[in-house]
Design a protein around this ligand. Structure first.
Ligand code: KG4
Ligand code: ZN
Length: 355
């Protein structure tokens, strides 16, 4: 990749006018977005691989990798076409560098590196967790400090952010992520993959108080989470239905009771984090932040504590490239640039953003 030095960009235009192409391939969505000024969405394309992985009940890394290879070019072309822009209209390319599945990440990274080199654009690496949190900045400018609860299929963690771009880890899951628990319980209930949406829908008709599932680590003073014991409790509960997964009210009540246990666990620790830090804003983001009951209960808790709740719209909670553009825009203006040796970082804690 000799000769791939970024073109000499004079100080970028007015930050509000800079246009970024962002690419996201960390898990099972191939996504590209074109965003102006870190917030104005000109294009937002997501090619989901859910159908390819559903038969296996989870993401199969090799399949994800191959599907990204097929989709990444067309998805980026579609994003540029939707935005009505060409490569010369862009100021930079942002790409998810990690955390995520290494093979999946490498597809997006290779594409972004090649495109940035060919079009002489600066390349901006983005942390996927920072991208999830940066979805909050698409909804407005949050009052800092904020407590961020990232709840997705791969992560469940609490962060404190006193200034944009800096994060202190407050707690995290010691075993399964909340989304993983939703997906595993949905699988036990025969609801298909990914199961969060199905549980959310069925729980609306159910009684959240009927089955007393555990709230692991609820009383421990730390800010960590645990969901594997809850998953086991659901499995034990299902043994009461020898004919197969429950149906009707039993199914709805199981979903509602499980969901309530997850929401209680998440919000108990979020409340404690807010009280301890005195933060003014709670951000809830990641795929599980689409959950209706979590949104409703987080709203009530925030009102009670007198803090502002920011939950990005559902499209920006599940994996997408607009949130990558939001984080990338901030990093671009903070002077972050990557060279052609940029590599995937499958495990990349948010509090170690700067190495
Ligand atoms: O953020 P995301 O798209 O991917 C990761 O970075 O992991 O999150 C996907 C996760 C899946 O586990 C999915 O079941 C869960 O988010 N999810 C939900 C809901 N919608 C998506 N969980 C509960 N309720 C929902 N409505
Ligand atoms: Zn994600």
């Amino acid at each position: 990749m000799n000769g791939g030095a970024p073109r000499a960009v004079p100080a970028p235009r007015d930050p509000d006018a800079t246009v970024l192409l962002a690419v996201e391939t960390s898990c099972d969505e191939t996504a590209a977005a074109v965003v102006r000024g870190g917030r104005e969405v000109l294009a937002d394309v997501v090619a989901s691989q859910v159908d390819l992985h559903a038969a296996y009940g989870g993401v199969v890394p090799e399949i994800a990798c191959r599907a990204h290879l097929e989709s990444v070019g067309p998805v980026v072309e579609r994003a540029l076409a939707d935005a009505g822009l060409g490569w010369t209209d862009l100021d930079a390319v942002a790409v998810t560098q990690g955390p995520g599945l290494v093979g999946a990440l490498l597809v997006g990274l290779s594409f972004a590196k090649a495109a940035a080199w060919a079009h002489r654009l600066p390349l901006v690496p983005v942390n996927h967790l920072e991208a999830h949190l940066s979805a909050a900045y698409l909804e407005g400018t949050p009052d800092l400090p904020l407590v961020g609860l990232v709840v997705s299929g791969g992560h469940t963690a609490l962060y404190l952010s006193g200034v944009r771009g800096r994060y202190q880890a407050l707690g995290q899951t010691l075993d399964d992520a909340a989304g993983e628990a939703f997906d595993k319980v949905a699988k036990m209930l025969g609801l298909g993959y990914p199961g969060g949406v199905a549980i959310d829908r069925l729980a609306r008709q159910g009684d959240p108080g009927r089955f007393g599932f555990p709230r692991p680590l609820h009383r421990s003073p730390d800010l960590d989470f645990s969901f594997s014991g809850l998953k086991t409790a659901v499995r034990t509960h299902l043994a009461r239905f020898p004919g197969g997964p429950p149906s009707g009210n039993d199914l709805a009540d199981t979903c509602a009771s499980f969901q309530e246990a997850v929401v209680d666990s998440l919000l108990a620790k979020a409340r404690r984090a807010l009280e301890r830090t005195g933060a003014r804003t709670l951000v809830v983001c990641g795929g599980v932040a689409c959950n209706g009951r979590l949104r409703e209960r987080a709203e009530a808790m925030a009102r009670d504590l007198g803090v502002t709740l920011v939950v990005p719209r559902p499209r920006y909670c599940t994996d997408n490239a607009v949130m990558v553009a939001s984080a990338g825009w901030f990093r671009f203006h903070a002077g972050v640039r990557a060279g052609p040796d940029l590599n995937a970082v499958p495990t990349w804690p948010l509090e170690r953003l700067d190495g």
